[in-house]
Write a protein that binds this ligand. Structure first.
Ligand code: ATP
Ligand code: MG
Length: 468
């Protein structure tokens, strides 16, 4: 905040109005340390930059066209925006016309929610024309002005409303909530990248199940948005696949919750990490679908193979929503394996690990994936299982973590180098083959991963090759 106060003071010295605004004021009033501090001023960007240069601050004119300058003080960036008034047209997100104004209240009135429309001056006095402070105390997300108008102007605000509800645990005020529903047609004009960014923020929120529940209740999950590739627009579904989980019955022998409530509980049970939360959201996505839903011999509901189809669906969903590829790949793996907890026996666990190791490039990746899967197993059991029994998981977990620490699954973990093997056996494919045979022998307990044992094995191999 100190950097921001310095900037405000410099701007005031030159006769401009200047305030800290938006999220930083909201966070400060909630007793949190603001992440990034935005500044609102009546000074035009040119003047802000000149003041910045004269004060020997680092200046970046990144958003000059939008009236925004970036000042960097003590390594911290401050976005300084000229007060503006916006008018909207056909586009679902971008304003049609932006004009500078010297009226601070006018700028605050174009902001999305009352809790985001407060400004604070150098003395800590709050400008709050829309009673954001009241709503902050009551825990309410309320649109500034007429909610219908505000969501029609910019449809991204609908997702932002859900996101703030999920981050802060707040409720969306009734009229605001109703407007999100009636303005759903405008979502079609939003770019998939913007929607994805909000979805990810919702997924890693503290109150994620509230956010996801609201996405479904408002119908936002079932909306389409727009993907533009090579100048061609395509419609892209947001998350229609999760809708069929709502009220989906599950076998009461194992479950106390329907498909969606179970999914929400599993997501909420995982730490706020994008990979884990997405895997949790999608882990049972194929349950109940034709070709999957059936009854077992006892006549109970069952979904054999839902992990396989679920993994395929997860891949499609994350591809079209343009999730980062490395995250998508891991999520697909987690969904595919979420039913595969091995029996807590050393041999079984080694076989289980050996089968999966080749699916990863390195030991680091592999052990990270295993740890994530263990978290998902636990979250799944805690998601409304009738008699949650963690004991088998815990036993397998201890064995699994011990094995991946002590037994090698990758050549890089062997206490003998490829070069050393090549020295004795000659360079060529036999080196890799020999190293793999070492791995197998260590995994089956015939050899230990010590320099001496491996050197001896190499010796034996060397002499055998001489005799043959
Ligand atoms: P965060 O902590 O997530 O950064 P924030 O409130 O700072 O939350 P930003 O997206 O950084 O959110 O936006 C900064 C401020 O700009 C908001 O507080 C709000 O006043 C305004 N704002 C941002 N996006 C919109 C929008 N789509 N419509 C209206 N006002 C917006
Ligand atoms: Mg911000």
């Amino acid at each position: 905040m100190e950097g921001a106060i310095l900037i405000l003071k410099e701007l005031e010295k030159r006769g401009f109005k200047a305030y800290i605004v938006g999220g930083a004021v909201r966070d400060k009033l909630m007793g949190k340390i603001p992440q990034d501090v935005d500044i609102l001023t009546t000074a035009p960007p040119g003047v802000v930059e000149e003041i910045g240069k004269r004060s020997q601050w680092k200046v970046k004119g990144v958003g000059r066209a939008f009236g925004v300058s970036l000042l960097i003080l003590d390594g911290k960036p401050y976005e300084v925006a000229a007060a503006r008034k916006e008018s909207y047209g056909l586009d679902s997100h971008r304003p049609e016309k932006v004009e500078y104004t010297s009226n601070i209240k006018q700028d605050l009135s174009r902001r999305d929610f009352t809790i985001n429309s407060m400004a604070m001056d150098t003395k800590g006095r709050i400008l709050d024309p829309f009673n954001g402070r009241d709503d902050l105390e009551k825990g309410i997300i309320r649109a500034v002005g007429d909610p219908q108008e505000r969501f029609r102007e910019d449809a991204l605000r609908s997702f932002r409303a859900v996101r703030f509800a999920a981050q802060l645990g707040f409720d969306i005020e009734d009229r605001t909530l109703a407007a999100i529903k009636t303005c759903r047609d405008r979502i079609a004009g939003l770019s998939v990248e913007r929607v994805r960014d909000e979805l990810i923020k919702i997924l890693i929120s503290t109150h994620v199940s509230k956010g996801l529940g609201t996405l479904v209740d408002t119908g936002l999950a079932g909306c389409i948005c727009r993907c533009t590739e090579n100048g061609v627009n395509r419609e892209v579904g947001i998350l229609p696949e999760i809708l069929h989980l709502v009220d989906l019955p599950q076998s009461p022998r194992y479950h106390t919750l329907d498909g969606f409530r179970h999914t929400l509980a599993v997501v909420q049970n995982t730490p706020p990490d994008i990979t884990l939360r997405t895997a949790a959201l999608l882990h049972d996505i194929a349950k109940g679908l034709p070709g999957i839903r059936t009854r077992n011999k006892r006549g109970e509901l069952s979904d054999p193979g839902h992990h396989r189809l679920g993994a395929e669906m997860a891949e499609d969903i994350m591809k079209r929503l343009k999730f980062p590829q490395h995250i998508a790949r891991r999520v697909v793996w987690l969904v595919y394996n979420h039913m595969s907890l091995p029996e807590p026996r050393k041999k079984t666990v080694i076989r289980w690990l050996r089968k999966r190791a080749p699916q990863f490039k390195s030991q680091d990746e592999f052990s990270e994936a295993i740890r994530q899967l263990l978290i998902l197993f636990r979250a799944d059991i805690g998601g409304g299982m009738r008699d949650p029994d963690y004991s088998r998981l815990e036993e397998s977990e201890v064995i699994m973590l011990d094995i991946i620490k002590t037994i090698p699954f990758y050549q890089e973990e062997l206490h003998i180098k490829g070069e050393r093997v090549a020295e004795r056996l000659g360079a060529g494919p036999q080196v890799g083959r020999f190293l793999n045979s070492l791995l197998e022998r260590i995994q089956s307990g015939q050899l230990s991963n010590t320099e001496k044992d491996l050197e001896d094995a190499l010796d034996r191999k060397f002499y055998r090759s001489k005799i043959l």
